[in-house]
Design a protein around this ligand. Structure first.
Ligand SMILES: C[S@@+](CC[C@H](N)C(=O)[O-])C[C@H]1O[C@@H](n2cnc3c(N)ncnc32)[C@H](O)[C@@H]1O
Length: 205
């Protein structure tokens, strides 16, 4: 197991509570905002889903969705499994973007995941994911933005925290929206949360 996986394993028991304590409830409500777009979808890919707290909300919107759930940390994955039941069509995969199966999805969720990569690395990750999307697929990405001084201070603190606790090598927020646009993603909807610090987006491919 790599050291980043071990780091996120250690954070698993406190991750959701800590995120809510530091950012507030918009860390979660922002991720729920566009879930209604999943109603007509069939195959969803989730990358870096963490504890899977969002899964009951997703299945409530669309109980017949087939989900592949890829997560680096085995402990996060174990916790995510507890958020589902045996009737739901979900496959849990321990791994990374390199573990995406030979499938084509009509939607993907990457919440607070693109921010784990440097600009240099992110371009390749996004291309790798895009290769598994059907034409007209939707990509839901919720993440931080860096537009104001207090955003930069918060991000500096958070990246230091993740560097110490998980060994994360990335030290600053990549230009994730621009990267999605560079691979022909079209921003079709967005909503701000946490006084503008969080942006929930829907891109079409
Ligand atoms: C910042 S957390 C976000 C969790 C969740 N999306 C949320 O918003 O509550 C990032 C998650 O991505 C996982 N992760 C890190 N690198 C990954 C990778 N390359 N592939 C898949 N998961 C990864 C971590 O283990 C962690 O659970």
């Amino acid at each position: 197991m790599n050291s980043l996986a071990k780091g996120f394993d250690r954070l698993t028991p406190i991750y959701d509570s800590l995120a809510r304590l530091v950012i507030g409830k918009s860390i979660q409500t922002s991720q729920l905002h566009f879930l209604h777009h999943l109603k007509q979808k069939q195959r969803l890919l989730i990358l870096g889903g963490g504890t899977g707290w969002i899964l009951p909300f997703i299945f409530e919107v669309n109980p017949s969705l087939a989900i592949d759930y890829i997560e680096l940390s085995p402990k996060m994955l174990d916790k995510a499994k507890l958020n589902t039941n045996e009737k739901q069509n979900i496959k849990f995969i321990e791994g990374t973007e390199s573990s995406i199966e030979d499938e084509k999805y009509d939607c993907v969720i990457t919440n607070f995941y693109l921010d784990l990569f440097s600009d240099e690395h992110l371009a390749g990750v996004v291309v790798q994911i895009k290769e598994h999307l059907q034409p007209n697929a939707s990509w839901f990405a919720t993440d931080f933005v860096s537009e104001k001084k207090w955003h930069r201070i918060m991000l500096w603190v958070m990246y230091r925290f993740f560097s110490i606790t998980t060994g994360l090598k990335t030290g600053s927020l990549p230009a994730w929206q621009e990267t999605l646009k560079q691979v022909d993603g079209r921003l079709v909807d967005s909503k701000r949360g946490c006084h503008g610090f969080i942006k929930a987006t829907v891109f079409k491919f």
